[in-house]
Design a protein around this ligand. Structure first.
Ligand code: BTN
Length: 245
């Protein structure tokens, strides 16, 4: 079970940390609580009934899982870095719990070719000038023992034997550490943990399916892909390895 005393034994930070047996979405909980509390804080749930994924998808969130959201005050001009911070921090925290994962650009974590974790960052903006006020960093990690629905069975992996209290603690510390780390170090660590560099990938650009080799990730977190026609610089989108097709 999630337990705040155990979490406190592992973590260095002392942010408000709320545990929930069941909720609709920890990202949604952060958005509500941010209206009354101005500092950084965390929600961690056992189960979500309306877990949100990227691109408006649902995120499968069965019981005894790991559904974590941290709300942080925004550091101006660093919007792009949140994505990199989340992926690096989640991979590092999982490593501390005995699990090796790799980053699939932009911010999915994979183990043996299957997705182990998904990340959804959401912005809270000023109603007056639309400037970025806070960022909600939502991370779901597949640790529940419930079987995956059929459509996820070949795509997702369950990480076994993870101490969820330790993971919550290490993840919150790691996010704070990487949010304040020099950008060059963050980028270096992101690349070190990424598995797309040097691989052949398939993606869609301007409505056209394309194929190329990933050459690098630049300092804006963009993927640099070499194709027979030239170089594509991707800032977002879905990428597959050619060998998966
Ligand atoms: C994705 O892979 O599409 C992103 C999934 C993000 C899921 C996490 S679970 C905790 C937080 N609460 C949500 O509703 N979503 C994020």
């Amino acid at each position: 079970m999630l337990n705040i005393n155990q979490i406190d034994q592992w973590r260095k930070n002392r942010l408000p940390f709320f545990l929930e047996e069941e909720t609709a979405s920890t990202n949604a909980d952060c958005r509500v609580y941010a209206e009354e509390y101005d500092g950084d804080f965390v929600f961690l749930a056992e189960k979500q009934t309306a877990g949100r994924g990227r691109r408006g998808r649902d995120f499968y969130s069965p019981d005894h899982g790991f559904y974590f959201s941290m709300c942080v005050n925004a550091v101006t001009g660093k919007e792009i870095l949140y994505t990199l911070v989340c992926a690096v921090a989640a991979a590092e925290a999982l490593e501390g719990c005995g699990q090796h994962t790799e980053i699939k650009w932009v911010n999915d974590l994979y183990q043996n070719g299957k997705k182990a974790s998904g990340i959804l960052c959401e912005a809270i903006r000023s109603p007056e000038d639309f400037s970025l006020k806070k960022v909600i960093i939502g991370i779901g990690i597949n640790v529940s023992e419930d079987p995956f629905p059929e459509e996820l069975q070949n795509k997702a992996v369950r990480l076994e034997g993870v101490d969820r209290n330790k993971l919550g603690a290490l993840l919150s510390d790691s996010i704070l550490k990487w949010l304040h780390a020099p950008e060059e170090e963050l980028l270096k660590e992101y690349k070190r943990r990424s598995f797309l560099i040097g691989r052949e990938v398939v993606y869609e650009l301007n409505g056209k399916e394309k194929c190329g080799t990933v050459r690098d990730i630049n300092d804006k977190g963009n993927l640099i892909v070499q194709t027979p026609e030239g170089t594509d610089i991707l800032s977002s989108g879905e990428i597959s390895l050619k060998e998966w097709k």
